[in-house]
Design a protein around this ligand. Structure first.
Ligand code: CP3
Length: 344
């Protein structure tokens, strides 16, 4: 079997397509990053966005967790704000804070300045993915982008926010401008995913990390149509995973946006998530990341429960309910992978 065929037949792609496998595939959101000493060492002296533009660093950082933990998929090392910076938005990632915008978006001129993303804007992405595909062999690479709402929340708030109040006021007070903003962000996100698929990503994940802050009604009116503009045109190319935090009320709508797999945080058990999503649904998740700090018997019992609950769905990709906390002991992640591998 060629590597291309092996990737198409990998546990990840099989589960994402609802084809049965011997066990769930496992990978972790934020598996590449600060929980690994080899990552911290490599990042000394290089800013986050500069690291995301360096094909050699991207390649090495993406491979680190695959080598160390033996996960079933790699996730491309980048950030949701990389394509925004690539089209000229003044934005940086401040350590311990997150993305910070020079001039928050507040009027029509700000929205007009947001132009479409062209493949030539991100040559380092194509270059790094080609190198990664060669190194990864049969292991699939997951590409990703930030969803229009989550990207807009950073642009409107100017940085991370707890309640996203400015974003909510913006969408209700200036709905026309909001829809123009999200339509532009949808093009950027979709083209960023397309570049990754064309370079060889075997699956993609759309991160709408902060969508759970919205009511279902607001999600449907102000967000879903734009996320659909990201996901629908990519149908049939590679499996599409759609994830957010605190989205228990939104799961069905997130599937409707055009997802093959819906990511679930730790608040909703996977059997209940499968029920809410309806027939044929594939889920990803959902170990509470906080439990990674517990003694092993606690972690083991929680992992087994997630796997059991995941059997209610038509497919299950094991993951955390959100990203790996930076203070996680890396060996715990390796043990979780070993446990899941022992199930198949
Ligand atoms: O392993 C992986 O998951 C791949 C890499 C990845 C990063 N960011 C690297 C990163 C991915 C998939 C992301 C996506 C991302 N970035 C999201 C969606 C995922 C989620 O967590 O919900 C969001 C909301 C962002 C925005 C962002 N970037 C935040 C909130 C932060 C943390 C700020 C901090 O320092 O606490 C970042 C920075 C970031 N992105 C880091 C990494 C490894 C840490 C910065 C560093 O190592 O210097």
């Amino acid at each position: 079997m060629s590597d291309l065929e092996a990737r198409a037949d990998s546990l990840l792609v099989r589960a994402a397509s609802g084809r049965p496998g011997p066990r769930p595939p496992v990978w972790f959101m934020r598996q590449a990053g600060r929980s690994l000493p080899e990552y911290r060492e490599l990042r000394v002296g290089t800013g986050m966005l500069d690291a995301c533009r360096d094909p050699e660093l991207i390649t090495e950082i993406t491979l680190q967790p695959v080598r160390r933990h033996g996960v079933d998929a790699a996730i491309f090392f980048s950030d949701i704000v990389v394509p925004l910076a690539a089209v000229g938005v003044g934005i940086d990632i401040v350590p311990g804070v997150g993305p910070v915008v020079d001039k928050p978006v507040s009027d029509g001129a700000d929205v007009d300045r947001l132009r479409a993303l062209e493949p030539d804007d991100v040559p380092y992405v194509t270059e790094a993915i080609r190198a990664l595909i060669a190194e990864l062999g049969p292991t699939p690479l997951i590409g990703f982008a930030g969803a229009p709402f989550t990207l807009a929340s950073y642009l409107v708030e100017g940085g991370p926010s707890r309640d996203h109040a400015r974003t909510k006021v913006f969408m209700h007070a200036r709905p026309d401008l909001w829809h123009t903003l999200l339509a532009r962000l949808a093009v950027i996100a979709r083209e960023f995913l397309r570049v990754q698929i064309e370079a060889g990503a075997a699956a993609v994940q759309l991160f709408d990390s902060w969508a759970g802050t919205l009511s279902l009604a607001d999600y449907r009116d102000f967000v879903l149509p734009h996320s659909r503009e990201v996901l629908e045109p990519l149908a049939g190319l590679v499996p599409r995973i759609h994830f957010g935090v605190g989205t228990g009320e939104l799961l069905g709508a997130m599937r409707e946006a055009g997802a093959d797999v819906v990511g679930v945080d730790w608040r909703v058990p996977l059997d209940e998530a499968a029920r809410r999503l309806g027939p044929g649904a594939v889920v990803q998740g959902n170990l509470d990341p906080a439990l990674l700090g517990a003694d092993w018997p606690v972690v083991e019992a929680a992992v087994r429960r997630v796997v059991d609950e995941g059997r209610a769905a038509s497919g299950h990709i094991f993951n955390l309910g959100h990203g790996v906390p930076p203070d996680t002991e890396p060996d715990v992640l390796t043990r979780v992978v070993d446990l899941i591998r022992s199930l198949g």
